[in-house]
Design a protein around this ligand. Structure first.
Ligand SMILES: [Zn+2]
Ligand SMILES: [Zn+2]
Length: 253
């Protein structure tokens, strides 16, 4: 399985302002930076976009992306999210004001987007991947995703603070190779992390002990103003299994 966290700064850097993971170039997890990929052919290869929750850093370029890849005809991008998130996107983004109502404009013979509601713990298969949505613990209802290609499994918890169900599910998976887990705040802002349903470095360290497995823990979602402080704290943990993500790098599992 190939996974890339798309860069979201201009020019590309390690600063992460937005969230999009590409899996095998065909499935996107979130659409923060998806519509900013300068190679439009790479955007066109993405046929399924999973949205974990409605926060702006996860949906910022969704409308731009759909506009970029639209071609007249029945073929279209599939948008997979909980029913609530699909409704938010329709009401608050594709509402004919912020952006055209691609939901209403879509017809079977000419489609801008194909919305598909996903259900917690109900796996679905797309592009050779089996994807299982698992609720996590963020300020709003948020869906983590467990992605399996038949050989390896990788987890994308999305934005979350301390949680339980995801680790229970992952404990049962022998071929789990990596978890892209967030650390949004440094320890000095633990109060804010707790308040907003995110991790600081200490809660991250406690969290990974819930899953005593030989996996790569790849730290994502550092808020840019705290990125260096968090990186220092992560390094001070001295854990060989923990690394900080490099946007634009293709991870192969
Ligand atoms: Zn969020
Ligand atoms: Zn976020």
């Amino acid at each position: 399985m190939r996974v890339e966290l798309l860069p979201s700064s201009i020019p590309a850097s390690d600063s992460q302002f937005l969230v999009t993971f590409l899996v095998n170039d065909e499935v996107a997890v979130d659409a923060g930076s998806l519509g900013l990929l300068c190679d439009i052919r790479r955007q066109r290869r993405v046929k399924h976009v999973c949205i974990t929750h409605e926060h702006l850093d996860h949906i910022a370029s969704l409308g731009i992306f759909l506009e970029n890849v639209y071609e007249p005809g029945p073929e279209s991008v599939e948008l997979l999210a909980s029913r609530e998130v699909l409704d938010f996107l329709h009401d608050d983004m594709f509402n004919g004001r912020v952006w055209p109502d691609f939901f209403a404009l879509s017809a079977p013979d000419n489609s801008f987007v194909i919305p598909t509601a996903i259900e917690p713990l109900q796996p679905f298969k797309r592009a050779g991947l089996t994807i299982t949505p698992v609720p996590v613990s963020h300020g709003v209802d948020t869906t983590g995703l467990i992605v399996d290609d038949g050989t390896v499994t990788v987890a994308f918890p999305s934005d979350t603070g301390p949680t339980t169900l995801l680790w229970q599910r992952l404990a049962e998976i022998d071929r789990l190779k990596a978890v892209f887990l967030e650390v949004s705040f440094p320890n000095s802002r633990r109060d804010l992390a707790t308040l907003t349903g995110h991790h600081c470095t200490e809660t991250f360290a406690a969290e990974i002990r819930k899953l005593p497995k030989d996996v790569r823990w790849i730290v994502v979602h550092r808020k840019p103003r705290y990125a260096a402080e968090i990186a220092d704290e992560i390094a001070a943990l001295g854990l060989a299994s923990v690394e900080v993500v490099r946007p634009g790098e293709v991870y192969e599992f």
